[in-house]
Write a protein that binds this ligand. Structure first.
Ligand SMILES: [Cu+2]
Length: 444
């Protein structure tokens, strides 16, 4: 095997040489990623140590607040082990949730493969209920499609099933149960499944992020999602975290960024908006969109049961918001069954109501900003994050939920959180001076 092996060489070996794939740079990149997560990786002791030339190498998938599922090569087949099980997850500081997921996480780890590979995926059911796994969007034999009753019998608690198929075409796919779908997905059972192309299909991405969107109904003070909810979802997550629990996306200025978004929430489509950039929508769960058909956007709608890949060159440093544009999807555990107090002059109202509703306090006369802070002060129920927002360099960030920050920085050496953006002098909006107002004829 050539010392200067390229990614194309590796990919051209195809599935037949799959065993060798694990020994090459590409396999090694996976292995290193997986090592970070403390998972078991089987690599022969004689594995070559060099990485392929950087320009040829696939960027490793970056899963904020998550991980990639480890694998091993057995006789040319890439073998995975998914474990469906109960999961405790902190969605944001102050909110621990009793979920169901895979391998200790919700969403489950990202499954990653290459077009042409054969995969064998063992699924162990450690849930108290039967389950299956449907490989959403993948082209595969009918009997591998995972719909309970239709394509297979359910995997009973304690059983381990085996799925095996070829990764025919590249795309950002998903996986989720197809048994008691309403309950199991509402409890968090879902994950992304990325199949890379053998030949590059577009410009190489330097940063390749994976984000699963989801929505939950979790009454303040409780820890178990309510699968019966149809409309009033009060926790919205990216990779199972609600802001300020979401990790930022760190990018070096000038890098090409891909963000893969999947949505397996119950009822809502999410228009995900990126500040500061014009991106292109380059892919769905049926593959790459031809260059001629890609369209420029600042907001991409990710419908339930779909994935969308977006790409852009991160040429503008800063801390750029990246969030769902449904304004109720960037609120944490906000109650909606309250009267509209906007414009109300409360007077002695609070005093009069307190005998009936102890602790009552008129809120919202001028809106909802900073209310998260108030809710915390007033003593929110245990294990709840009512209207919790984040702390920014200029004060409170009054959003939560499906919100994170794209941090683009010049010349960073690693992808650790660089802290808040240091704004160049005179580039931050601030109070206008009297002389400026006079100069420009602004009368107040
Ligand atoms: Cu949304």
């Amino acid at each position: 095997m050539s010392k200067n092996i390229t990614r194309r060489d590796i990919l051209n070996m195809g599935a037949a040489a799959g065993g060798a794939l694990a020994l090459t740079g590409f396999g090694r990149a996976f292995a290193q990623e997986h090592h970070h997560h403390g998972m078991e990786v089987i690599l022969p002791a004689s594995a070559p140590q060099q990485n392929p030339p950087a320009a040829q190498c696939l960027a490793p998938l970056v899963v904020p607040n998550g991980s990639v599922l480890p694998w091993r090569m057995v006789g040319g087949v890439k073998v995975f082990h998914l474990v469906a099980e109960s999961v405790k997850r902190e969605f944001a500081p102050g909110l621990m949730v009793d979920c169901w997921g895979y391998n200790g996480s919700t969403p489950g780890p990202v499954i990653e493969g290459v077009e042409g590979e054969r995969v064998r995926i063992y699924v162990t059911n450690r849930l108290p209920a039967p389950t299956t796994v449907h490989w959403h969007g993948l082209l595969l034999p009918n009997g591998m499609d995972g719909v309970a009753g239709l394509n297979q019998r359910p995997i009973q608690p304690g059983e381990t099933f085996k799925y095996e198929f070829d990764l025919e075409r590249p795309a950002t796919y998903m996986y989720h149960p197809h048994f008691d779908e309403m309950t199991q997905m509402a409890m968090g059972m879902m994950g992304l499944f990325v199949v890379h192309p053998r030949q590059p299909e577009g410009p190489r991405a330097n940063r390749d992020f994976c984000i699963m969107l989801s929505e939950w109904s979790i009454k303040p003070g409780t820890s178990r999602p309510n699968p019966l909810e149809m409309t009033d979802f009060n926790i919205l997550t990216m990779n199972g975290k609600a802001f300020p629990g979401t990790d930022p996306l760190i990018v070096k200025t000038g890098e090409r960024v891909r963000i893969r978004l999947g949505n397996l929430g119950a009822m809502d489509h999410h228009p995900i908006h990126l500040h500061g950039y014009h991106f292109k929508v380059v892919g769905t769960d049926a593959g790459r969109i031809p260059d001629s058909a890609q369209w420029p956007e600042t907001t991409v709608l990710v419908p339930v049961g779909s994935t969308r890949d977006i790409e852009f060159v991160a040429d503008r440093p800063g801390d750029w918001a990246f969030h769902c544009h449904m304004t109720h999807h960037v609120m944490n555990q906000m109650g909606h069954d309250i009267p509209n107090m906007l414009g109300v002059k409360p007077g002695t109202l609070d005093k009069k109501i307190r005998p009936l509703l102890p602790g009552y306090m008129t809120m919202g006369e001028t809106g909802m900003g900073d209310m998260g802070h108030m809710a915390q002060m007033m003593g929110a129920p245990k294990n709840s994050i009512p209207m919790l927002g984040g702390k920014g360099p200029f004060g409170g960030i009054d959003m939560g939920g499906m919100f994170t920050v794209l941090k683009v920085r010049d010349g960073i050496a690693d992808y650790g959180d660089p802290g808040w953006y240091q704004y160049p002098a005179s580039t931050v909006a601030e109070r206008a001076g009297a002389d400026e107002l006079r100069r420009d004829g602004i009368k107040i």
